[in-house]
Design a protein around this ligand. Structure first.
Ligand SMILES: [Zn+2]
Length: 100
């Protein structure tokens, strides 16, 4: 990348327009959208975006639906979501042991 867009990144294409907050937001989303992500099937960093919400692994050809700009949604990475998932698994395990 050229020195002139070292700070602005992909949002350098907008020049001085639209305001810094919006430009930074676009830059962060662009980075997520275009970088390689881990494949849920083969676990290689080869997942790229086909279209909005559609992701494909170039190694194992797995194609799946996920977030529009990232295959890992904000919700999945949040601590609250992880805690809720853990609680859900735990409660399901309790039901199973009671039934047996
Ligand atoms: Zn894969």
């Amino acid at each position: 990348m050229s020195k002139s867009t070292e700070k602005a990144g992909s949002s350098g294409r907008f020049g001085a327009r639209y305001g810094v907050v919006v430009r930074n937001r676009v830059r962060d989303i662009d980075k997520m959208r275009t970088s390689a992500h881990e494949c849920p099937r083969c676990h290689r960093d080869s997942v790229s975006r086909v279209s909005s919400g559609i992701w494909e692994c170039s190694k194992c050809d797995a194609k799946f639906a996920a977030g529009a700009y990232s295959p890992i949604s904000k919700k999945e990475t949040s601590e609250e979501f992880k805690a809720a998932q853990a609680a859900k698994v735990e409660s399901e395990a309790n039901v199973k042991t009671k039934g047996a």
